[in-house]
Design a protein around this ligand. Structure first.
Ligand code: FES
Length: 294
């Protein structure tokens, strides 16, 4: 037997009068959700003053050119519950999911493979997913990569970086293909060892962002593109003709000779690629290539 209380006639009339359309209902629920989130943020922020060791204080760069009132760059504070092993990316995801759904940043693999979450954290280019909060001074300041146009919050325009990468033809090309179909193009162990580190690039753009030369000269190929050129120039399977073609690309006016060996790219590379060393080696190869009696 049902225990549901039947509605009186007056109740039924009142319900008919105040009945919401589905659209109104959705708007109301959304507004309620927003005010709940704002209240939660206020409570958490108040409950977590600086120096609380159970939380981490993030100061996150915010900017949105498309929304009135958010066009002026600013920093927002988020106090995120800290857990052992937590990374900068984890904290950003928490802040976005719990405090402000409009907080925008890139990420994908969360294991230092895709290269999409390079950020400027406490004054240095780092991968958000590889950077432990425990290793950083509080507050943790999170900004977009310097020397790139900011699209929104922590997202920068990577198109110039990709153009530079494309300009060195970052794919395998060979003078001769094997006669037999499906025949292997074998590489010696020594040669594999030589190019091993250069193959680790994940196109995150941290090196380019750290490079003073690239910051001042938009045409400079930059460390990532030159490293990619190194990866193929030094690959013995491509052949001498291709090697010469590749050296012509990197020895151009805005190529290897622009590098001032400041080592900033090498210092920030999250994959520990000896970028400066590779650039210097290509300089030597370019010189040898032009000395015809060698
Ligand atoms: Fe892919 Fe960090 S999320 S490298």
């Amino acid at each position: 037997m049902s225990t549901q209380v039947p509605k009186s006639e007056t109740d039924a009339e009142a319900e008919t009068e105040t009945e919401e359309s589905p659209g109104d209902q959705r708007r109301r629920q959304r507004d309620e959700g927003r005010s709940d989130a704002a209240e939660r943020l206020r409570r958490e922020t108040e409950a977590a003053p600086d120096g609380d060791e159970d939380t981490v204080h993030l100061k996150v760069f915010r900017y949105d050119p498309d929304v009135e009132g958010k066009m002026e760059p600013r920093f927002d504070d988020f106090h995120v519950p800290f857990e052992k092993g937590m990374t900068v990316l984890d904290a950003l995801i928490y802040a976005r999911d719990n405090y402000d759904a409009s907080l925008t940043f890139r990420h994908s693999c969360r294991q230092a493979i895709c290269g999409s979450d390079a950020l400027f954290v406490n004054g240095r280019q780092r991968l958000g997913c590889k950077t432990q909060l425990a290793d950083l001074a509080d507050p943790v300041r999170v900004e977009p990569l310097p020397h790139a146009e900011v699209r929104k919050d922590l997202v920068v325009d990577m198109s110039h970086f990709y153009d530079q990468m494309e300009s060195v033809e970052p794919y395998f090309q060979t003078d001769e293909t094997p006669d037999e179909e499906l025949a292997e193009q074998r590489q010696s162990r020594e040669n594999r060892e030589k190019i091993k580190m250069s193959t680790r690039c994940i196109w995150c753009g941290a090196c380019m962002s750290s490079c003073n030369v690239a910051a001042g000269n938009n045409e400079y190929l930059g460390p990532a593109a030159i490293n990619k050129a190194y990866r193929f120039t030094m690959d013995e399977r491509e052949g001498e003709e291709m090697k010469e073609h590749r050296l012509r690309i990197v020895e151009q006016e805005n190529g290897v000779w622009r590098c001032q060996t400041q080592f900033s790219c090498t210092e920030v590379c999250p994959k520990d690629i000896p970028l400066t060393e590779h650039i210097q080696e290509l300089k030597r190869e370019a010189v040898k290539n032009n000395l015809k009696f060698w």
